[in-house]
Design a protein around this ligand. Structure first.
Ligand code: ZN
Length: 190
């Protein structure tokens, strides 16, 4: 996976980092890695995720490889502003489940001098950009695109294949209903 290595850390200002990719690409692992390092550096870190994602734990962000960090479950991006007044670093997981209000919230936090690290699915199961990720990618100073491995051919994979039938854009808690696929092997279900 690409290492996040800015040539120099910005001084006297906040900034936004976005980690974008398909399922099973290691987004959450990378988010946890960055936030853990900030905690080791004795920075005040707050972590948020949408209440919709209750797959593994009510209070932790947990990656598929089962690393975890305590997080706050929220319904509305505006809550992040209220709960982050004393935070220096703010982590947000599963950003695609939030409304587009998240874009203004992230800008406000960065303008307040905070480091904002956001992870999310950039494409839905039909390979359409998944709001608000496109907007977040546009306003971010640093972008990491994580790639998985295509389960069909072994190519680098940036798409999420749904393997069961549903017209819902999101099926929460159904990781076994998805596979990572490359451009060649991904298809849009009927
Ligand atoms: Zn493939």
């Amino acid at each position: 996976m690409m290492e996040f290595t800015p040539h120099s850390t910005p001084k006297g200002t906040g900034w936004i980092e976005v980690i974008a990719g398909c399922m099973f690409s290691g987004k959450t692992e990378e988010l946890i890695r960055r936030l853990r390092r900030a905690k080791i550096a004795k920075q005040n870190v707050k972590i948020f995720k949408p209440r919709i994602d209750t797959r593994y734990s009510e209070t932790d962000i947990v990656s598929h490889s089962e690393q975890s960090l305590p997080s706050l479950l929220i319904d509305n991006p505006q809550e992040i502003l209220k709960l982050s007044e004393d935070a220096q670093v703010i982590g947000i997981d599963e950003a695609q489940f939030f409304s587009n209000d998240l874009v203004d919230v992230c800008n406000t936090l960065a303008d307040q001098g905070k480091r904002v690290v956001v992870a999310g699915l950039d494409l839905d199961y039909r390979s359409k950009p998944f709001e608000p990720m496109p907007q977040l990618l546009a306003i971010a100073e640093y972008i990491t695109k994580t790639l998985a491995i295509c389960v069909v051919c072994g190519n680098p994979a940036d798409r999420t294949q749904r393997t069961i039938h549903s017209d819902e854009r999101v099926i929460v808690g159904a990781a076994d209903s998805y596979e990572a696929r490359c451009r060649k092997c991904h298809y849009i279900p009927d």
